[in-house]
Design a protein around this ligand. Sequence first.
Ligand SMILES: [Zn+2]
Length: 230
Amino acid sequence: MAIVQKAAPRRATITEGHDADRRRQRLDRGNTRWRTFGSVHPRQGSGRRRELLEHQAPRVSVLSCADSRVPPEMVFDQGLGDMFTTRSAGQVLDSSVLGTLVYGVDAFDTELLVVLGHDSCGAVKAAVEALRTGELPPGNLGYLVGQVLEVVETVPEQETEKAFLDACVRANARAVAEQLRHEPGLREAVAAGRMKVEPARYDLRRSRVEWLDDASGGEGGIPAPRARTG
Ligand SMILES: [Zn+2]
């Protein structure tokens, strides 16, 4: 027989929560490679492309900002078929974004759904500006900013505007994650323990992803990177 038997059929029994944690650890290792300039660009060669011709099975979904400085596959150093990625400015949800995420969970048995915000987010800045001026931009942009504004309005004032902006970034990723945990089509997988939804924040200066539901930051004791080199 010329057919190569692929190993690793789906596990019949899943230890609750553990798969998501393993997925997250893999993302952590990728982010460590990225921020220390050691990316290996895994699973992108001809073999992988052939392997993916007929089907995909990404067990990780990522909802990230559209910001050009935060491409999820790069900051997590992942390959083709690894992550089902949806992007919208400020990770704002609408029917299409939600539909995309639900599709991913349905089709690929998503184990980990990451909501990836970042510092210096233009969408969050626009919402803070709307809070200060009382004015939203017109049209669809107004919808987008208005969605983030709903979160920003709940964030306590901070000592500096920079600190307030960062508090808003964190609150926004957390709020989106919390909403996703309760969305029809997603909440069932969360309630059954098949999927975790994890908010995270990418730090542009340090190229580092921080898990917002972790007090520790979720990097398992990996030392901080050397001083930034620009
Ligand atoms: Zn952004």
